[in-house]
Write a protein that binds this ligand. Structure first.
Ligand code: NAI
Ligand code: MG
Length: 352
């Protein structure tokens, strides 16, 4: 088992250090770790945010644990040299097409949710968003009509195989959870969505243990705030998933708690190859002060163990330790507490 650790910029190295301590504590047999430079740090050391050495490491690994990239000192660089190109480049080069974003309410944090506490308490869902297709990648352009008006267009399209592979990821994820999958589309008006729905129904035949339902995206947005507890796994295209996953994030509270995975088609011996990272960025405003919340990073490690290494029990151990630490009042500044980065790492380790 090989894991590549890319800490990156800003708070990246600070939170990665705590995830690393948790990983070390698990003492996994046969584990090999690589450490590589990404982002502004890599640009300084090698002149590029995603140097060939780093990309090679990522290709050789079963999974990548990624901190965050982004550095205000790089803001004036041309686009291809900006730190953010590291994450975009890794997604592209590793063909990571499935974005998984869990949203779970932790005990004691209900008041931080944008929802009423009694509704917030019921949230325990996973959004599976397709990441490489849809309207973002279709043919696009702006033209001037004969009457002088300008018109923009972006083509929405999905090919069958693109829907099929994301559907498989979602069904497998549902099997590992409560066995319920909601596919979100707009099949009443969009051809792309009708094809999406047909393919998802077709794939469902291979997963008789998963209960599949369909929702139109406008209704899904409403249900997500009205009664989020009804959802287990939601699967949707790139555009709808972008919006719904941000909406779901804010239903559970702080950005310092939210982990994510980007999975590809590649298989490891025990699961799917992928890249795991907190959803937040490099937080330059608090970098270097040792006060960042490392929980999203530690929860990203849990996802890595679950999806790439097949170590569900270890993943749950970590998630329970984080939940207990929060329930015991161990909170960083982003949650209104005063625990520093290291103290949170200590608290999680003590509860493993
Ligand atoms: P950000 O997520 O870095 O920070 C937003 C706010 O949340 C800040 O006030 C920050 O202090 C706080 N925050 C974020 N993570 C935290 C944590 N773990 N603990 C406590 N507080 C936390 O977003 P922002 O400021 O828009 O972007 C900063 C840089 O990060 C930019 O260069 C941006 O491009 C980059 N970025 C990188 C991402 C990635 O590596 N995947 C994702 C998002 C942004
Ligand atoms: Mg977004």
């Amino acid at each position: 088992m090989k894991i590549a650790l890319f800490a990156g910029d800003g708070i990246g190295p600070e939170i990665m250090a705590e995830a690393r301590r948790v990983l070390d504590a698990l003492d996994l047999p046969g584990l090999v770790l690589f450490e590589g430079d990404v982002g502004g740090a890599a640009w300084r050391a090698h002149g590029h945010p995603l140097p060939p050495e780093t990309l090679e490491m990522a290709r050789a690994a079963d999974a990548v644990l990624f901190g965050a990239v982004g550095d205000p000192e790089c803001d004036s660089l041309e686009r291809r040299l900006r730190p953010e190109q590291a994450i975009l480049g890794l997604r592209r080069e590793l063909d990571l097409f499935a974005n998984l974003r869990p949203a779970t309410m932790f005990e004691g944090l209900e008041d931080l949710s944008a929802l009423r506490p009694e509704i917030a308490r019921t949230i325990d869902l996973l959004i599976v968003r397709e990441l490489n297709g849809d309207v973002y990648f279709g043919e696009k352009g702006t033209r001037t009509l004969p009457d002088g008006r300008r018109q923009g267009h972006d083509l929405m399209s999905y090919a069958e195989d693109e829907v099929r592979r994301i559907a498989h990821v979602a069904f497998r994820a549902a099997q590992g959870r409560k066995g319920r999958l909601t596919s979100v589309d707009k099949a009443n008006v969009l051809e792309t969505s009708q094809l999406w729905r047909d393919v998802v129904i077709d794939v469902a035949a291979g997963y008789p243990d998963v209960a599949l339902t369909h929702l139109y995206v406008d209704n899904a947005a409403m249900q997500l705030v009205r009664d989020p507890g009804q959802f287990d796994v939601m699967v949707t295209g790139n555009l709808f998933g972008d919006i719904l996953s941000d909406q779901a994030s804010m239903c559970v509270g702080s950005i310092g708690l939210l982990a994510s995975a980007a999975l590809g088609a590649g298989r490891t011996r025990f699961g799917t190859r992928g890249l795991y990272e907190p959803i937040h960025g490099s937080a330059p405003d608090i970098a270097g002060r040792g006060i960042a919340n490392p929980m999203a990073m530690i929860l990203s490690l849990a996802m890595l163990l679950r999806h790439s290494l097949g170590r569900e029990a270890d993943a749950r151990r970590i998630e329970r330790a984080v939940a207990r630490a929060l329930a015991d009042g161990v909170k960083a500044a982003d949650l209104g507490g005063s625990a520093d980065t290291r103290a949170i790492g200590d608290a999680v380790l003590a509860r493993l």
